[in-house]
Ligand binder design. Structure first.
Ligand code: FE2
Length: 377
């Protein structure tokens, strides 16, 4: 599907959207040690302390730290005791994304409309109140143990939501230019991509705006298939990956093995200046997939003229791709934890609305080198 079709898909959907979304509200990670994770994300990525919840705020069995950079909000949650669903989640999956929270105007309607269309309820509509007003939450299950929460905060003026207090810290590292969630990718099991595509179409009113089959995304060894789902206004995009048969194990299969099931593979974060952002992240110890020099010998023949100098992009390992509307710059981190599961993409869009199809070969060869080094290829 070309990008002209992408736009008309958005336009057609605007009038009939039963689940209007204002974008990603936050991403919540269940982690083994939230205090240290918050320090890591602050230090390495330049997030700022925003809010805290724990025993001191009446939350007896877990602790959550909320950190923010521009419109990008992460919640890092850890259990305080065993026999707790958060502890079970971490035992099974390791650290990972539990909640992709979506901003809505009406959380009760979001729950009703999606459950009516077949969503499995995760949280009934709940009104949380404190002196700063109210936040309305509801939630449904998606792939694996991952959930979507619908967050309505139009009548709330507090720092995050009831139950949390402001987190003032003496440690406020410089930001790195991270802006907001561009897209969030889910890895699902064999033959599960199309059922989840149908889920996002039928239950959430999303459209399939792009598809990649194993001819687009295969290298000598491993392969995958992917379909990109977008909501009506295009603010929320969820590509869904499934493994495909190759000579050796697909990268998606490696993820499924180590995550023990389906889940979020990567969160793509937007920046206005990828060279500045990635230079800063590398200086703070974040490691990215390395791209061979040969990629840069031919890339401009493929993508044409770009505003940036090629040299710094090559030094950092930034990839370039072009579609009908412009180009994009993107780079992929190594896994953020010891299991080869979750990683981040940093992306700067200069007109392009696509996802870097022209880079798949170089990218997946780089991923395979890492997978091979782990003995999982
Ligand atoms: Fe991506």
């Amino acid at each position: 599907m070309d990008t002209t079709t992408i736009q008309s898909a958005f336009a057609n959907n605007n009038t009939t959207d039963f689940l209007p979304l204002d974008g990603t509200d936050y991403v919540e990670f269940y982690v083994g040690n939230a205090k240290q994770a918050a320090h890591f994300y602050k230090t390495a990525f330049g997030f700022q302390s925003l809010a805290y919840a724990g025993p001191e705020t009446g939350m007896k069995d877990k602790v959550s730290y909320v950190i923010r950079q521009h419109k990008l909000t992460f919640v890092l949650t850890t259990p305080l005791r065993i026999n707790n669903p958060i502890a079970d989640h971490i035992y099974k999956h390791g650290d990972g994304v539990k909640v992709l929270a979506l901003k809505v105007d009406d959380a009760a309607s979001a729950f009703e409309e999606t459950v009516k269309r077949g969503a499995k309820p995760y949280q009934e509509t709940t009104v949380l109140k404190d002196d700063d007003g109210e936040v309305v939450l509801s939630g449904i299950h998606t792939y694996g143990d991952t959930v979507h929460l619908f967050v309505e905060r139009k009548n709330y003026t507090g720092v995050f939501m009831p139950g949390f207090r402001a987190w003032k810290s003496n440690y406020n590292p410089t930001e790195t230019g991270l802006l907001y969630v561009d897209h969030c990718v889910g890895n699902v099991g064999w033959n599960q991509m199309n059922p989840w595509v149908s889920f996002y179409e039928q239950v959430m009113g999303f459209k399939n705006i792009l598809s990649f089959d194993d001819n687009d995304i295969s290298t000598e060894y491993s392969a995958l298939m992917s379909k990109v789902m977008s909501n009506g206004n295009g603010f929320v995009k969820f590509p869904i990956n499934e493994p495909a048969e190759g000579k050796k194990k697909s990268q998606v299969e490696e993820y499924l093995d180590f995550y023990n099931g389906e889940g979020v593979q990567h969160v793509a974060i937007a920046t206005h200046d990828i060279v500045k952002t990635v230079t800063e992240l590398q200086n703070r110890g974040i490691e990215f997939l390395s791209i061979p020099a040969s990629y840069y010998e031919t890339v401009l023949d493929r993508v044409g003229k770009i505003d940036e100098d090629l040299q710094p992009l090559q030094e950092l390992g930034v990839l370039i791709d072009r579609d009908e509307e412009g180009y994009l710059l993107q780079i992929f981190s190594k896994p953020l934890e010891d299991r080869p599961t979750l990683f981040f993409e940093i992306i700067q869009r200069k007109g392009a609305k696509s996802f870097g199809k022209g880079n798949f070969k170089a990218l997946f060869e780089a991923l395979e080198r890492e997978q091979d080094a782990r003995g999982n290829l």
